[in-house]
Write a protein that binds this ligand. Sequence first.
Ligand SMILES: [Zn+2]
Ligand SMILES: [Zn+2]
Length: 362
Amino acid sequence: MTQIHLIGFCILIVYPQVMVRFTVLASGSKGNASVLTAGRTRILIDAGISCRELFRRMMLVDEDPATLSAILITHEHADHINGLAVTARKLGIPVFFTEATHRAWVRQLTPRKRMTYADWLAEQRRLKAEAEFNATLAETNNETSIGLSDAEALESEEALDAAQELVEEELAETAAAEEAASQPNRIPSRAENPAWLPTVEYFTAGVPFTLGDASISPFTIPHDAADPVGFVFEAEGVRLAIATDLGYIPPNVKAALRNLDLLQIESNHDLEMLRDGPYPWSVKQRVLSRVGHLSNDATGEFLENEYDGGATYVILAHLSESNNLPDLARVTAERALSNHASLLSNRLLIASQHEPMSSIRF
Ligand SMILES: [Zn+2]
Ligand SMILES: [Zn+2]
């Protein structure tokens, strides 16, 4: 969009004014986050990488973290919320959840036995070391199978980074908390409440709401979390949707994913790679189930038979590093889209786990 300003006598300054901008900062089982700029509103969708890494990636794509207006959460799985508490506290911005997702997140952060973040982090490091030892042992014994918890622990560098940040916060706040504890009628401090957030706002799946210059329509997705959602965003006549972490595509999701300018959709695994891969059978069953993740084939089938072909950008997202290859996901989606007359207007992109995508501007 171009705006023309007249300054003084006949001096024309022409500059591009990007009103809607979308960037995937991270996508995959080790962490998810995207940022949407709509006019004066800047929204972070999920905070599944550490705050430090989130800020680093935002700076890489010229998005200033200090200008974020709010954080929106799809569901409470670790790869979507790992950096949430620190990011929201650091920026002092509201977090939007469904009530059930917020409760599930609070439960996750409130251990049954009193455990400090430092204790928790030590425990995680112990589990990780154990998993690495087991993996080495498995390799030595020429075994190919390791459990998912081991695989997850091996892939948890970013989760530990996020936890380390919480420990640093905890240490900084302990002194203040101790002082506050001696006062009567005090409000529990941040250090005493790991789920403390500056502001919590609730939305309901199926009920659209407005956040600054963006209209947001959350829709229910079939996934094994408390109340998981995808989002359709509308701003300046541009429609964008995020639909990842879903076992299949039910009618309400198909209805939401129409008339889009940008579609970010999951293409999680290749069926053969998953079947032949290292996960235990129970975990394979979970991924394949109606509340698991979309395979390349399932996404391809949607793109071929249900998708209206109208989006300028189709982003394949949440690719599994253990059970997928970007080329497999791309080829399957390209084959599906090739039956669309509007293929030429569709740009197929693959979201990455380890680096932000180039910003998409409308
Ligand atoms: Zn999930
Ligand atoms: Zn996920």
